[in-house]
Write a protein that binds this ligand. Structure first.
Ligand code: TNX
Length: 654
């Protein structure tokens, strides 16, 4: 999505609502546990209710995007910018009354969202005449725009112009989230990634209506953002990453505060808040390595060696994935000079009400030391204007008896056993049980070597989907504020590797966080079958966008395509590439393309070319070509039918 400033708050203008469109006769109403009919659109996360209408809307170069207010206009401009690359259209953003062919964004109460307690919902109506999106808040409009993008053909995700047609089957959707906190965590401490890479992730997560980005900025192997007054934190602490591929250490890096601000602004434009995490009192070897000998720093007392309370004193670098050995001393003034600077600066830079202090796996500490550390730290966090959040294993079980009001524990233990003490202390809980929500675990029968296995070795998409955050023993749903997908980065040196572990798992966790509760049980359940059918619809979108993903056998991926650059020459000969073909996870040799030229001539077998998938890498789009000479110049409608490891049929015009 393009960048706009969403920070302007404008008064709600109740525009003349075209509600007649909402009344189009429904054919099928989506409900929990029902399998989506083939005629229902493949939306992830599943909306609260969806009813197919009749006919279809077509977006053309004459479409206008109407906005009911200045705030709606910002989102309308984003939508226009987002539709431009694939359609080639420069759609004008206007105010005024709706005409045939328009998309209108209206900031108003549609009257259908009485159950939307979190105020992020929207009402969307698509008729053959126009599209109307209505939401009481701009967040809702943004969420509705994500649905409009998914209703359009998959090729809308293409960075280059595609031929369309850009139709949306008539539909009426009422939608709002189940949980307030719909998070994804990325660990740039174990493997450094630049801010630009993180912005791509924000695009992807916001398209599935996630609203919180938890940035794991510091761990034993790296410290990733400049802190004023402590240049060594990044100069020394940012130099490496976990070693992979036989290396002791992978390359490191760090962000300037300007880059961090850019990420926060980009996230804000996608209605995502950023939660910073600098882990403590353990998982901080990079801080110890940076500051242990920082004897000249005026903010320290000349003897910073007293920060070191881990198993190794003096601390030494360890670029393996080892955990739980480091630690900083709660009774050292130097520890607090460092943590205060970090906390104050990151709190000021960040947009979330939460500040994540880590708190996990603090093995070198006695409970008393741990409590002393965390209780001191929560005061710094609170004074910096943020609500503390911590990993539940330590933060909920060991912290002193008075967690600050509103404190959030992030539960990661399978079975959510670590959430129980949090609830008993009156904390709210974010659910990230490692066996369901840790998207850094390995896939089944996978040769990529990517992913860890301690929580869920060889786990497929059903593990991410089949669980309920509100149904753990001792943890009432009323204590749960949301769900987080956690992408730890020990094994992922590149963004392609990160995407591979994250997708399509992120879709499952987005659905668990957004969609109404349903019986998500087992690989053959109606809910999972329905989900995997909708994920299949995301395949060509991901491929068109050039994203990497795991083509799990649990998803019924299909073959689908769109026209490329083929044309009919004056002599009738067809030249160029007929189609770009999406066939996720299979080699071109496993496919046959039968081309019916549409002129009565005998069908031929076309050529499918492209690079096959390899371990850890999905294939890209394939090129379909075929030889033919028409008697007339065209246009001609060509039908391409793909059989073999993926099946499907589509038409292109030459
Ligand atoms: C556990 S659970 C961790 C991380 C690792 C991750 C790998 C928790 C809060 N910490 O330090 O990166 O497992 O899966």
């Amino acid at each position: 999505m393009s960048k706009t400033s969403m920070s302007k708050v404008c008064s709600v203008i109740i525009a003349a609502l075209t509600v007649a469109a909402l009344a189009s006769a429904p054919r099928a109403v989506g409900a929990p546990n029902t399998s989506a009919g083939a005629d229902l659109p493949q939306i992830v996360p599943k909306p609260v209710s969806i009813a197919a209408g009749s006919g279809a809307f077509t977006l053309t170069a004459n479409t206008r995007i109407l906005a009911s207010s200045a705030t709606a206009k910002l989102i309308a401009q984003d939508l226009a910018a987002d539709l431009a690359p694939a359609t080639g259209f420069t759609l004008p953003v206007k105010s005024g009354s709706v005409h045939a062919g328009d998309i209108q964004l209206v900031l108003a109460d549609p009257g259908t969202l009485a159950n939307d307690k979190l105020h992020e919902g929207y009402q969307l109506s698509v008729t053959s005449n126009h599209v109307t999106l209505v939401a009481p808040r701009s967040k809702g409009l943004f969420n509705g725009v994500q649905t409009i993008r998914q209703l359009l053909p998959a090729w809308i995700a293409s960075p280059t112009v595609r031929p369309g047609p850009w139709t949306i089957a008539a539909v009426s959707i009422t939608d709002y989230p189940r949980y307030a906190y719909r998070g994804f965590m990325f660990d740039i401490a174990r493997h450094y990634e630049p801010s630009s890479a993180v912005m791509q992730l924000i695009d992807e997560a916001s398209s599935y209506k996630m609203n919180t980005f938890h940035l794991h900025l510091s761990d034993d192997q790296g410290f990733r953002v400049v802190i004023k007054g402590f240049p060594r934190l990044t100069a020394i602490g940012g130099q490496g990453s976990v070693g992979t591929g036989g290396r002791t250490m992978d390359p490191g890096g760090f962000w300037t505060q300007a880059e961090y601000r850019q990420v926060v602004a980009y996230a804000r434009d996608h209605f995502i808040t950023v939660v910073p995490e600098v882990d403590s009192p353990s998982h901080n070897n990079a801080i110890e390595m940076s500051e242990y000998n920082d004897t000249k720093n005026k903010l320290l007392d000349g003897h910073p060696q007293d920060i070191s309370c881990g198993y190794n004193t003096p601390p030494t670098w360890n670029y393996t994935g080892a955990v739980g050995y480091s630690g900083m001393c709660p009774d050292s003034n130097n520890t607090w000079a460092i943590y205060t600077a970090i906390t104050q600066q990151l709190a000021a830079l960040s947009s979330s009400p939460y500040y994540h202090l880590g708190g996990d796996e603090a093995h070198p500490f006695t409970p008393a030391q741990y409590t002393s550390f965390v209780n001191h730290e929560t005061q710094i966090v609170t004074a910096a204007g943020k609500t503390p959040m911590g990993w539940a294993d330590g933060y909920a079980t060991t912290v002193g008896s008075n967690p600050p009001a509103g404190s959030v524990a992030e539960s990661w233990m399978p079975g959510a056993t670590d959430a129980v003490p949090a609830v008993q202390k009156g904390m709210k809980v974010v659910m990230a049980p490692a066996d369901h929500a840790y998207v850094d675990q390995s896939y089944p029968n996978d040769k990529s070597g990517l992913g860890l296995g301690w929580a869920c070795r060889g786990c497929d998409l059903d593990k991410n989907f089949n669980w309920d955050p509100g149904s753990f023993a001792g943890v009432p749903d009323s204590s749960v504020i949301g769900v987080e997908a956690a992408l730890w980065a020990e094994t992922i040196p590149t963004m392609a590797d990160a995407e591979y572990l994250l997708l399509p798992r992120l879709m499952a966790l987005a659905e668990v966080a957004w969609s109404p509760k349903e019986a998500r049980t087992g690989v053959t359940s109606p809910a999972f079958t329905d989900f995997t059918q909708r994920v299949a619809g995301q395949g060509p979108r991901l491929q068109a966008a050039g994203l990497n993903f795991f083509t799990t056998t649990q998803v019924p991926w299909t073959a689908t395509g769109t026209g490329a650059d083929a044309s009919v020459q004056p002599n009738g000969a067809v030249t160029g590439t007929l189609a770009a073909l999406s066939a996720p996870g299979v080699a071109p040799t496993a496919l046959t393309a039968t081309i019916n030229w549409g002129d009565g001539a005998k069908s031929i077998t076309g050529t499918i070319a492209g690079t096959a998938p390899s371990p850890g890498r999905v294939n890209g789009l394939y090129a379909v070509t075929g030889k033919h000479t028409y008697r007339s110049p065209g246009p001609h409608t060509v039908t391409i039918t793909v059989t073999g490891a993926r099946t499907g049929s589509f038409q292109v015009t030459v």
